[in-house]
Write a protein that binds this ligand. Structure first.
Ligand SMILES: Cc1ncc(C[n+]2csc(CCOP(=O)(O)OP(=O)(O)O)c2C)c(N)n1
Length: 701
């Protein structure tokens, strides 16, 4: 059967059976299925990671031949106004069709997955009960907003989700008036919705609702608590919906998670409440009202659910079943009439309705390659040929190697154990590896504290999430000259996640801070050696930035060698033009060398390895030998590596002509890494063109 026919066949099949987890067992189910050490290999969608990605793109292209149709009822819903015209009985069907449509599209085009499936009923209920977009609905992180996008005018373009020039994978203000706040990073929703609520009050608007939907993972961040601390005294009209599925990307961690689990697994209380409710429901509304009062009394006198939130000045409601559309609709309607700040605790299952995703929730947080929408089996072709590893895995394995040899080494990750491969150390040396929740600021200062005691902390934070902890790096690490090692994963453009996640700015924002070493490896061996070198350094913060995706070496487990700090590497001496690169992007230059030589162009190529301190000796050599210099970086041009080169040239009164290639001063949207590099003018062909043009200018002049 051809791929297109196979796709047609899948699309003809009906909704996969929901796993019948009984209400009371749902939370235990979620808890049972979490595996803090699960080490999964997903297939990267990087174009320049050669084989695997090309096969995914080929496969996806053939699958795209078939148009994916939404269900009969969902097809009639273009905007929430259409939804609100339906009788409540139809909401279950809409939820099922919405869930199926998300499964159908993501199984071909990839994207975030489990989180949207988990909030399908909640999404329908919110748009049904509230008057969006007049009422402001703010999704936290936004990876769970696929249902929201489909119901708010983007059903027909949803298949372009996360693709180059397609719609964004996250809510985005420019994209739709229903996306009241742009997101991507977590834990901003309560502050943003509170700001909207205060603005309404100041403008004298009384009939507007402001709703923040935040997950239990995002709730672990300090910022969420800063916002609740304010909301509790401000008394603005704010509804916080806590979507509690026990999961972050990996299983959620920390005392707050334990507290929420206690709230939702008070079995005897929940059973008592449900039985009483059902019994009284049969007798009519008045007995149920009495039951509510009894329940309130019970809550406050014995269990004190939500005490934490109540203490912060928020009225706490719940926990309620987030997959019961009618419970959701009725509860939200009731809450509409309760003014002031309040929190509704909704319990959901991440991946709901797609059995493999319910079972392996971390793996199904997101999918980049097409998969069978019934079994979940990946369609990505496996190759027998050995492939270079992902940089994140080189980090993870190397850290364990170093930590086994040196018991002062500790690992810290803010909620990204499988994303950055810290889960390898969490499995092998659990007592020295910490997932601290979505708390980048805490991760940095915790590392600083560890360093004061002679420990050697490897604090791994994605480049874009590190933006959260800027002051901590300056105040708690750099000024105090503490030797914290920062490994910045996902440095450079990251691809489909887009502007909120691109790691564009780290070189620029760290370069101006004293006492910082900033390095970037061009390959796996350099990453290992930089990590090793960093453990020998006792004074400065040591930043090692590397990109998303695979490196270039098959045999990468080479013996450790100390690299002299501030020393670059000459890949090739040349005659005419010097190309200076920092990090993995240098491999683009290596790939075009044969073509350059065929054209009798002999460039010098230098892998500078350190942005700070820059290799001054090598820089003097380059500036004296070559008239023309090209710098290439997968980072912002403004204040970046090329700027460092220009500063050196100016400070030393050289007169070289410099062309800088890198990320320009504008927001870079989503697409594959290669598409974006092309757009910005530093994909291999364009580097080739730039060099040829420079050469031509030399000949003419
Ligand atoms: C500041 C920041 N750090 C890390 C992330 C990466 N991240 C994306 S989703 C997610 C988990 C969110 O968990 P939760 O809020 O419970 O939502 P769920 O996926 O479980 O629905 C994390 C850690 C992020 N988006 N922002």
């Amino acid at each position: 059967m051809s791929v297109a026919n196979e796709v047609q066949a899948w699309h003809a099949t009906s909704l996969p059976a929901y796993s019948p987890t009984p209400k009371r067992k749902r939370r235990e189910h979620a808890l049972k299925n979490k595996n803090p050490n699960s080490y999964q290999k997903t297939i990267s969608l990087q174009l320049y990671s050669k084989f695997s990605s090309l096969s995914i793109i080929f496969l996806r292209n053939s699958m795209m031949q078939t148009k994916i149709e939404a269900g009969e009822l969902l097809k009639t819903i273009n905007y929430p106004e259409d939804l609100r015209k339906l009788p409540e009985e139809k909401l279950l069907q809409i939820s099922e069709e919405l869930r199926q449509y998300i499964i159908d599209i993501v199984s071909v085009y990839g994207g975030h997955f489990g989180a949207s499936l988990g909030v399908t009923e909640l999404t329908v209920a919110l748009h049904y009960v509230f008057n969006t977009p007049y009422d402001e609905l703010v999704w936290d992180v936004g990876h769970q907003a696929y249902g929201h996008k489909i119901l708010t005018g983007r059903r027909e373009v949803f298949h372009t989700n996360r693709l180059y020039k397609g719609i964004s994978g996250f809510p985005k203000r420019k994209e739709s008036k229903y996306d009241s706040f742009g997101v991507g990073h977590s834990s901003t929703s309560i502050s943003a919705a509170l700001g909207m609520a205060i603005a309404s009050r100041l403008k004298g608007i009384q009939d507007k609702h402001h709703i923040a939907v935040i997950g239990d993972g995002a709730m672990t961040a300090g910022m969420a608590f800063e916002a609740m601390n304010h909301a509790g005294v401000d008394k603005a009209n704010l509804l916080i919906i806590l979507n509690d599925n026990c999961m972050s990307i990996d299983p959620n961690v920390g005392a707050l998670k334990e507290y929420l689990t206690d709230l939702t697994t008070s079995k005897w209380y929940n059973k008592f409440r449900d039985d009483l409710w059902d019994l009284l429901g049969k007798m009519g509304k008045i007995p149920q009202k009495i039951a509510s009062k009894i329940e309130d009394g019970l809550k406050s006198s014995i269990l004190k659910p939500g005490m934490l939130f109540e203490a912060l000045g928020l009225r706490y409601f719940g926990p309620i079943d987030g997959h019961n559309i009618h419970t959701l609709v009725h509860t939200l309607r009731d809450l509409k009439n309760i003014p002031g700040p309040k929190l509704l605790h909704v319990v959901t299952v991440k991946g709901k309705g797609f059995a493999p995703a319910e079972k392996e929730q971390t793996k199904w947080h997101a999918q980049s390659s097409p998969f069978d929408k019934i079994t979940g089996q990946s369609f990505a072709k496996k190759t027998d040929k050995p492939q270079p590893p992902k940089y994140q895995d080189v980090f993870g394995h190397t850290l364990v190697e170093l930590a086994k040899a040196n018991n002062k080494i500790v690992g810290i990750t803010p909620a990204m154990p499988s994303g950055c491969s810290m889960n390898i150390m969490m499995k092998e040396i659990p007592e020295r590896a910490f997932d601290v929740g979505i708390c980048e600021q805490h991760a940095v200062t915790l590392s600083a504290g560890l360093a004061t005691q002679g420990m050697i902390p490897f604090c791994n934070i994605y480049s874009s999430f590190m933006q959260r902890a800027y002051d901590q790096v300056i105040h708690d690490v750099a000024i105090q000259e503490l030797p914290v090692i920062f490994c910045l994963d996902r440095a450079g453009v990251v691809g489909a996640d887009g502007p909120t996640h691109h790691g564009c700015y780290d070189i620029a924002y760290f370069r101006c801070i004293p006492n910082m070493i900033i390095a970037s490896p061009m390959n796996e061996q350099e990453l290992r050696n930089l990590m090793y070198t960093a453990t020998l350094n006792e004074k400065n913060a040591f930043v090692i930035r590397y990109p998303r995706g695979e490196g270039v070496m098959i045999d990468w487990k080479t013996p450790f060698e100390k690299i002299q700090i501030g020393k670059g590497r000459t890949i090739q001496e040349g005659e005419e033009i010097a190309v200076l690169t920092i990090g993995h992007i240098g491999n683009y230059v290596t790939t075009i060398q044969p073509e350059l030589q065929e054209n009798n162009i002999y460039i010098g190529h230098y892998d500078m390895r350190f942005v700070k301190p820059i290799d001054e000796e090598l820089m003097h050599h380059i500036c004296q030998k070559y008239d023309k210099i090209i710098t290439i970086e997968d980072g912002s041009l403004m204040g970046g590596f090329g700027s460092a080169v220009l500063e050196f040239i100016a400070d030393n009164r050289y007169k070289n002509t410099v062309k800088r290639l890198g990320i320009p001063d504008k927001v870079i949207e989503h697409g594959t890494q290669l598409e974006l590099h092309k757009e910005m003018g530093f994909a291999p062909e364009q580097i080739l063109e730039t060099i040829k043009t420079m050469k031509l200018v030399e000949i003419i002049s």
